[in-house]
Structure formats: structure tokens, C-alpha cells
Ligand binder design. Structure first.
Ligand code: CP
Ligand code: NVA
Length: 312
């Protein structure tokens, strides 16, 4: 596969990637997964370094980047915001230019989307968004891979996100689904609908891909879903909203009764994790036979490796 058009590119969200490019990344992820399973040991990042900047906590994203990069012979350097000057005593622009002189790539997880976009603008090396308040692009590539593995195809599949419809995961799922032809519905209280502009933009992509994008507060719309996806009610940085969210989102818990409403015995359950069992999802569902959350978590590593291989 030729990835010359990917070299040097950042991933701040999926907006600037075409469906064909996302398809190629999915194919590469499948290949690297097969290589990893067969025990093939390659050194494709030998002599390379990546800076992993974290303002927020992480298990999966950090470990996926570190292990994927390290096992290919590269050297990952973890930098928490307690360790470096990032917008505190040094501007983001200056930090970006310095790190860009030392590292082959940069990953950023934190609050502001503007920060990751500024890093990407100034670093001169690929910058990956490992989650901001607005987007979580690396997550949703793994999610699409998981759906494709389950059903053999994503074409015409129907994904329902239920919960906080304006959060980083829901918004990113809407973008990638619209581009890739996955029918996508957000079910959430009206107060938590995603912003209209993003929905309209996604509908334009969906016209081309054949996807249908629906935003509703009606739980019955889960009928026919091939995959039901939820995420925490309170994202990192929003801890003060816990009580309000619990009131708003309790009727939207994913439990056996909700899964029954799909009327689809092949419907799977997805969650980006970490999960608060008993809140957004019942123990029965996340631990049950429909759950694919561990496959999904594993696929974070293969998809992140594919993104780095294509762009570095
Ligand atoms: N899904 C996900 O991004 O997990 P972490 O917060 O543990 O990285
Ligand atoms: N919406 C969640 C996702 C965690 C992976 C958060 O931002 O905390």
C-alpha cells in the first residue's frame, strides 16, 4: 500500500480525511493486527521518537501509543502537563516548534481542541489528537474496525449512540459514520444534542456516502440497531455536572430492556471505556454476550499503529 499522501499529516479530527483515506487506514490496521497476532516483529519506528502529552488521564490511549510505538523500535516519551511548559510559562506555538525539532511525532490529550490544532500548525511533524473536549478521532477508527470485524462490512450498518450526544466520542462517531456510509443515530435528551452546524456538515458527507444521520430524544429509535454505543455521562473536566447529568441521562441507560428494543438478536454493545457500570450501562450488558468492548479496546492499538505508520 502506498501511503505517500499521508506522510507528515496530523490527525486533529477526521474532517480533512476522505472516506478513501479512512478506508486505507482501516486496511492497514487490519494488516498490522494480523502481523502482531502472527508474532511478526518489525522495527518500523527504529530511530524515531514520539512525545505523548497528557493534560487528562488515560489508560487505553496512552498504552496504545506507547506499546504500538515501542514494539516497532521507537522511543515514546510521556509528558504530563505537570512536567512541561505548555501554555503555562511557554506558548503552545513555542512548545510545538521545540518538540517538532526533537520528535518524529506528537500526541496530545487535553481540554482544548485549539491546543491540538495549534500544535499541529507549528510543530512541523504529525500531531495526533488523543482526545480533547470536542473530538476523539483515534477512538472512532477502532470502533469502525470493531464493527467491520463483527459483521464483515460496515456498509449500511446502523450504529446508535445513546447518552451525552454532544460529547467528544458522539461527535467523532457522527463524523466518521457520515463519511463511511454507516447509518448513525444519536439518542439523547434535547439539552445534550450535538451542535447544529456539525450535524449539518455531517449530513452533507452523508449525502455522498449514503448514510442517514438522525438526532432524536426518542429511545424507540434504537429499533433495528446493529450496534448500540454509549459513553460516560460525565466526561473528564465536567465533574461538577454529575448530578445534573444523572437526572438527565438516567432514562437513557443501556440495559437489557434497551437492548431488547433493538429487536435485533445480532446487535452488539460498544463503549469506548472507561465505563461507570450501573450508570450509562448495566453490568449485565457490558459483561454480557453482546458486549465487544474488549475487542474495541484492543483495536485502539492496531488502529493507532496504522495511523502512525501512515503519517510518520
Ligand atoms: N477510550 C479511551 O480513550 O480510554 P482512555 O481514556 O483510558 O485512554
Ligand atoms: N467522553 C469521555 C471519553 C473518555 C475516553 C471523556 O471525555 O471523558
Amino acid at each position: 500500500m502506498d501511503f505517500s499522501s499521508f506522510k507528515g499529516r496530523s490527525l486533529v479530527n477526521w474532517v480533512s480525511y476522505s472516506p478513501e483515506e479512512i478506508r486505507r487506514l482501516l486496511e492497514l490496521a487490519r494488516t498490522v493486527k494480523e502481523q502482531a497476532k502472527s508474532g511478526e516483529c518489525r522495527q518500523r519506528f527504529a530511530g524515531k521518537t514520539i512525545a505523548l502529552i497528557f493534560e487528562k488521564r488515560s489508560t487505553r490511549t496512552r498504552c496504545a501509543f506507547e506499546t504500538a510505538f515501542g514494539e516497532e523500535g521507537g522511543h515514546p516519551v510521556f509528558l504530563s502537563s505537570n512536567d512541561i511548559q505548555l501554555g503555562a510559562k511557554e506558548s503552545i506555538e513555542d512548545t510545538a516548534r521545540v518538540l517538532g525539532r526533537m520528535f518524529s511525532a506528537i500526541q496530545f490529550r487535553g481540554y482544548s481542541q485549539k491546543t491540538v490544532e495549534t500544535l499541529a500548525q507549528y510543530a512541523g511533524v504529525p500531531v495526533y489528537n488523543g482526545l480533547t473536549d470536542e473530538y476523539h478521532p483515534t477512538q472512532v477508527l477502532a470502533d469502525v474496525m470493531t464493527i467491520e470485524e463483527e459483521f464483515g462490512t460496515i456498509e449500511g450498518k446502523f450504529l446508535v449512540f445513546i447518552g451525552d450526544g454532544r460529547n467528544n466520542v458522539a461527535r467523532s462517531l457522527m463524523i466518521i459514520s457520515a463519511k463511511m456510509g454507516i447509518h448513525f443515530t444519536i439518542i439523547s435528551p434535547r439539552e445534550l444534542f450535538p451542535d447544529r452546524n456539525l450535524v449539518e456538515t455531517c449530513r452533507l458527507w452523508a449525502e455522498k456516502s449514503g448514510a442517514k444521520i438522525t438526532i432524536t430524544d426518542d429511545i424507540a429509535q434504537v429499533k433495528g440497531a446493529d450496534a448500540v454505543y454509549t459513553d460516560v455521562w460525565v466526561s473528564m473536566g465536567e465533574e461538577s455536572l454529575k448530578e445534573l447529568r444523572t437526572v438527565l441521562l438516567s432514562p437513557y441507560q443501556v440495559n437489557d430492556s434497551l437492548m431488547e428494543k433493538t429487536e435485533n438478536s445480532s446487535c452488539i454493545f460498544l463503549h469506548c471505556l472507561p465505563a461507570v457500570k450501573g450508570q450509562e450501562v448495566s453490568v449485565e450488558v457490558i459483561e454480557g454476550t453482546r458486549s465487544r468492548v474488549w475487542e474495541q479496546a484492543e483495536n485502539r492499538k492496531h488502529t493507532i499503529k496504522a495511523i502512525m505508520l501512515a503519517t510518520i
